[in-house]
Design a binder for this molecule. Structure first.
Ligand SMILES: *Cc1c(COP(=O)(O)O)cnc(C)c1O
Length: 410
């Protein structure tokens, strides 16, 4: 997208506002499917939690993607977007048996990640095919907040518990149709991922009726110049070769599944905010914008780096800024960042704002959540209205139970 497009959107729809470029989503989807074109049955289930607007889910559906969901509400959003329940997989962690049963009764593929629920579900519904989430105990990334494969992780059933899984399967007579892993959000090293895949193949041999093996996600996209990016093409080549030979050994053409979130939508997103104030202190120039961690929490929560460009003055002389929000907390988006000269009223754009940005937004400080725009065929489509004051109050129950303190008689 051009700076002028972003500027025009901020002018038309106000700020702050999220913008998503459909073309980038489509090209990422195609890049991933191309990398695995030698696999007979490839299935990409888009991880809804990255960005859950119904228009985005419709776009994914039009591309042929299924959905990976973590709550019954995400399942319902997918169905509202027109996605067939059979095209949805439910991969929750720590949810109740009741919720899993409800989702299962909708015709959605269930993925179970603990022995207790596996036993209970299998006992009650031995005929429903179930996928099992394995924890291969491989750390695919360096950041402990986003690597979920380590030994103490709450995710998945440990590979050391395979004998227990097999006992439950045998006792209940349930049918395991898929094996799954998701080692976290940062595959830095293709070989580490291939190593984890070997563990998954080894596990898969224990189950005779598999339809698919789901390798989860964790594809890394660049957030700034020089960042490591998962080499999807190399990864595709290596895993395809190994997967195809495993299928031969297994005696069946299995489906190879992934559930990318960030890879598909991160780089398609821009978050636009307006600079309310430029404030000089003894050591720093602050650019204070009309937003905060209520709208974009990744920099504060994960220490994530998001590139910031001044779309009102892209060619201006560069200066150093700390970009901060308007929330009454320390809400620093960036420190000591080189940005073209900022004047109050300028619009700045945060890049990589497609994944885990709007979907993590809140109403903290009683601010409205932003509008969302889909840029499609060179046209801006409003896909979510900015909230209004009514949204802040509509679920609050007004009680009339307090007596006003009256002044003591003088
Ligand atoms: C969040 C999640 C994903 C998506 O991860 P990304 O890093 O955004 O690609 C995939 N699978 C599961 C089970 C998840 O919880």
């Amino acid at each position: 997208m051009e700076n002028t497009n972003l500027l025009a959107i901020a002018e038309e729809f106000g700020s702050p506002v999220y913008v998503y470029d459909s073309k980038k989503i489509v090209s990422q989807y195609e890049r991933l499917t191309n990398a695995f074109k030698q696999v007979k049955h490839l299935k990409l289930n888009y991880a809804v939690k990255a960005l859950s607007n119904i228009a985005i889910l419709k776009l994914m559906n039009s591309l042929g993607a299924g959905l990976d969901t973590v709550s019954i509400q995400e399942v319902k959003l997918g169905i509202a977007a027109g996605v067939a329940p059979s095209n949805i997989i439910f991969t929750p962690n720590g949810v109740s048996l009741e919720e899993i049963e409800q989702v299962s009764s909708m015709g959605v593929q269930i993925n179970i990640d603990n022995l207790s629920i596996l036993e209970q579900f299998g006992t009650k519904h031995p005929n429903v095919p179930v996928c099992i989430r394995i924890n291969p105990h491989v750390m695919a990334g360096g950041n402990s907040k986003i690597s979920v494969g380590h030994i103490d992780s709450k995710f998945g059933i440990s590979i050391h518990q395979i004998p227990h899984i097999l006992r439950i399967v045998e006792n209940t007579g349930m049918n395991i149709n898929g094996i799954h892993m998701h080692t976290g959000s940062d595959i830095l090293d293709v070989d580490v991922f291939l190593y984890a895949s070997e563990i998954l193949f080894e596990t898969a041999k224990n189950f005779k009726n598999l339809d698919f093996i789901d390798f989860g996600s964790g594809f890394k996209v660049p957030y700034k110049e020089g960042d490591i990016e998962t080499n999807i093409e190399e990864f595709g080549k290596k895993l395809t070769k190994r997967f195809n030979s495993f299928c031969k050994e297994y005696g069946k053409e299995l489906i190879l599944g992934f559930e990318p979130g960030k890879f598909l939508v991160s780089e398609a997103g821009y978050f636009l905010a307006k600079v309310n104030v430029v404030k000089q202190t003894t050591s720093t120039v602050f650019a204070g914008i009309d937003s905060g961690f209520n709208h974009l929490i990744r920099p504060m929560f994960y220490n994530s780096h998001h590139e910031i460009i001044n779309v009102s003055n892209p060619k201006g002389r560069e200066r150093f800024y700390s970009v901060v929000g308007y929330i009454c907390e320390t809400d620093t988006f960036a420190t000591n960042r080189r940005i073209s000269e900022i004047t109050e009223g300028d619009v700045v754009a945060f890049k990589n704002a497609g994944a885990y940005c709007f979907s993590m937004a809140s109403n903290y400080n009683s601010r409205f959540r932003p509008a969302e725009i889909l840029w499609h065929n060179n046209k801006a489509h409003l896909i979510r209205k900015r909230e209004t004051f009514e949204d802040l109050t509509k679920n609050q129950v007004d009680v009339d139970i307090f007596e006003t303190v009256t002044e003591a008689a003088s």
